[in-house]
Design a protein around this ligand. Structure first.
Ligand code: DGL
Length: 261
């Protein structure tokens, strides 16, 4: 079983792509909504949450961990890998490299949380790609809250997206990298605010391919033709997550409440 977690509903964008590719693979998904948003928390706090949730997922029978959150990956993936050397772990990373290698203007924009943007991983990656492209970053202020509240295309979503894109467009970027798993849910609005020549780069499919590779390498693919069992768990509010699953992902699952102090 794959264990996934995110600060909230964002990682469901990864679950959606994963379940489309692997319809038999059981998954347990934890939305740490009690601690959402992760973007403004310290690395220490994020490491403690990641440990707590990983322990829970392992107790529930997870055999592969998919950190469906860029911020938690940046803060805690190295720590989790050291703590669980036997556990296959997949993390998220802003797809700056493919953008930097295909930009025509030599300028790439990255949208992510404050936590991801201040992390070592992001800074190292940007520095490595320095000779290919100038990297301009911008926090998606308000994006996570919009997705958590299910407002994916209202006036507030358009206003937040337009405000975040303005400085990147002013720099002349020709790629926008989505560096947070909440942001793909806002991709149609982001698209609507971009001139057609600007590409949106979303790492979700690459992460799903990496998950498939690791499952195969560790002999963890689920055989059989019955539909997968999915469990959706929230450490915080449950109703709106259930509503989101119904409305956006056409799932009627009952969201389980989890108290994880
Ligand atoms: N979805 C997360 C990410 O990919 C976390 C967003 C947040 O809680 O701030 O970064």
């Amino acid at each position: 079983m794959i264990g996934m977690f995110d600060s909230g509903l964002g990682g469901l964008s990864v679950w959606r792509a994963l379940s489309a590719r692997l319809p038999q693979q059981p998954v347990i998904y934890v939305a740490d909504r009690e601690y959402c948003p992760y973007g403004e928390r310290s690395d220490q706090e994020l490491i403690a949450r990641a440990e707590r949730i990983t322990d829970y997922l392992l107790q529930q029978g997870a055999t592969l961990l998919l950190i469906a959150c860029n911020t938690a990956t940046s803060a805690a993936a190295r720590h989790l890998r050291a703590r669980h050397p036997e556990l296959p772990i997949v993390g998220m990373e802003p797809a700056i490299k493919p953008a930097a290698l295909s930009t025509q203007s030599g300028k790439v924009g990255v949208l992510a949380t404050q936590g991801t943007l201040r992390g070592d991983k992001f800074r190292q990656l940007s520095a490595q790609l320095h000779q290919h492209a100038a990297i301009y970053s911008q926090a998606g202020t308000g994006f996570v809250e919009l997705v958590e509240s299910g407002d994916l295309d209202g006036p507030a979503a358009h206003a937040a997206v337009s405000a975040a894109l303005a400085p990147l467009l002013a720099q002349g970027v020709d790629h926008i990298v989505l560096g947070c798993t909440h942001y793909p849910f806002l991709a149609p609005v982001i698209r609507a605010h971009l001139p057609p020549h600007i590409d949106i780069i979303d790492p979700t499919d690459a992460v799903v391919r990496q998950t498939l590779r690791l499952l195969a390498e560790h002999g963890l693919q689920h055989d059989g033709d019955s539909a997968a069992v999915y469990r959706f768990v929230s450490t915080g509010e449950v109703q709106s997550m259930q509503h989101f699953l119904q409305r956006i992902l056409q799932r009627n699952d009952t969201v389980e409440a989890l108290h994880l102090p």
